[in-house]
Design a binder for this molecule. Structure first.
Ligand code: ZN
Ligand code: ZN
Length: 231
């Protein structure tokens, strides 16, 4: 971590074939049932064993979108959709690793990156926690939580107050806002909460504030400004 590498970086992660297949299939079937018919070709490919589930999970945990996209293309499947489905299927494993690894390390003063110290995914939300409103970043993939400096862009480190701003669109919830940086054009949704959100609540919080993503993106901001993985 002191050299800027997240904990699972370079680790060879081993996934059980049957469990991975069952989880991916379960997710695909459930989503299809609630109307996401675009998943049907992926479900059929999984059922016909034309995809290797543990290999897909490996590509996502390595952040290797091109490799996963190549597999999708071979089978004439929607690559971004396959990536998103696999990303969801990876979450339970990442949360378990986070539960074991996070208590073993101190991140304060060591890790101030916008990417997760456990799994390397870009932070999905900021949280102002407790009475002191200490600023933390949260990982939507594994649930990790790390403290960061308040008055600094998490992406480019910019500390110039004239280039840091807050968007407060009308109709937003009182405790939610968007922090933006006019140097790198990154944005971060920040939620004030008394207690840290559970990993499940994080996903809900992220989805329930989608209008803020649109609001920021319409104004030319990106999250994260430079994508390191994903479609
Ligand atoms: Zn993470
Ligand atoms: Zn910035």
């Amino acid at each position: 971590m002191s050299e800027g590498e997240f904990l699972l970086h370079g680790a060879v992660l081993v996934f059980d074939h049957d469990a991975a297949r069952e989880l991916l299939l379960g997710l695909a079937r459930n989503l299809e049932e609630v109307g996401l018919v675009a998943l049907s070709p992926i479900r059929v490919a999984l059922e016909g064993n034309r995809l290797i589930p543990e290999e897909l999970l490996g590509h996502v945990s390595d952040g290797d979108y091109p490799l996963l996209a190549a597999r999708a293309e071979e089978q004439a499947l929607d690559a971004p959709l396959l990536w998103t489905l696999t990303q969801s299927a990876l979450k339970p494993a990442l949360r378990a690793w986070c539960g074991e690894l996070a208590p073993l390390v101190h991140t304060t003063g060591v890790w101030e990156s916008a990417c997760c110290f456990i799994c390397g995914a870009p932070a999905s939300l900021g949280e102002l926690q407790g009475n002191e409103q200490a600023k933390h970043l949260r990982c939507g993939q594994c649930g990790a939580d790390w403290l960061i400096r308040r008055l600094q862009c998490i992406y480019c480190g910019n500390e110039d107050p004239s280039l840091l701003g807050i968007l407060s669109p009308e109709g937003r919830r009182e405790n939610v806002r968007v922090e933006v940086c006019d140097k790198c054009h990154g944005y971060l949704k920040v939620v004030a909460r008394f207690a840290p959100a559970s990993p499940e609540e994080l996903a809900v919080e992220d989805l329930s504030t989608l209008s803020l993503d649109f609001f920021a993106q319409e104004r030319g901001y990106r999250c994260p400004p430079l994508r390191r993985d994903g479609p």
